[in-house]
Design a protein around this ligand. Structure first.
Ligand code: MN
Length: 203
């Protein structure tokens, strides 16, 4: 695969300023990785990323993944990210695209239920129905990503299996890399702003 998969990603960023990786596609291997980054940009969301074709195919999931098979989570396809992005955790500076804090909420490897290779994944992605078996710390078992008729909109759905539960997995809110939580503050835009809302503390 060529580097032009990352053109959209690179256009949006100034790599002299942001600590995010510029990255390159990697040669497709046997083990495919996934990562879910929790990102407090202007809106809090979770970035669900799957290694396909040596880059991270990416979806922004506003409410985050669910382990409840009756719940369908909207997942908006965004630009491919470099493979190196799987390790990114930190603060995207104010004024940069996606400014705000990022933690690695979950990561691991995944496969297709029937042992398909990269070509299978590429084909499923194009057709708009991906079947995945995730092996992360928080997300495990079968999931589907299904494209809707509207452009870029998909649904992320847990399959019924031994890992399905009604328990809200997003309550487990620490980074699997550092143990850190996304701090409660808003992204910095110059001076810190006075806040008019009070939140309960001490929990
Ligand atoms: Mn994001």
């Amino acid at each position: 695969m060529t580097t032009n998969l990352l053109t959209a990603y690179r256009k949006k960023r100034d790599f002299g300023t942001t600590p995010e990786p510029e990255g390159k596609p990697r040669r497709a291997g046997r083990r495919h990785v996934f990562v879910v980054q929790k990102h407090r940009a202007s809106h809090l969301h979770y970035d669900f990323r799957l290694e396909i074709d040596g880059v991270l195919k990416s979806w922004a999931v506003p409410k985050g993944p669910s382990l409840d098979p009756t719940v369908r989570r909207l997942a908006v396809r965004v630009e491919d990210h470099p493979y190196a992005y799987r390790n990114f955790e930190g603060e995207i500076p104010a004024g940069q695209y996606g400014a705000g804090e990022v933690i690695i909420w979950d990561r691991g490897t995944y496969r297709t239920p029937d042992g398909g290779d990269n070509a299978t994944l590429r084909s499923e992605l194009r057709k708009g129905t991906l079947h995945l078996v995730l092996r992360g710390k928080k997300l495990r078992g079968g999931f589907s990503l299904v494209r809707l008729k509207r452009p870029r909109q998909w649904l992320l759905i847990k399959k019924c299996d031994a890992f399905a539960t009604e328990r809200d997995v997003t309550r487990n809110d620490r980074s699997v890399k550092s143990g850190r939580r996304i701090s409660d503050r808003r992204p910095t835009r110059g001076k810190s702003r006075v806040r008019f809302t009070r939140r309960s503390r001490g929990r």
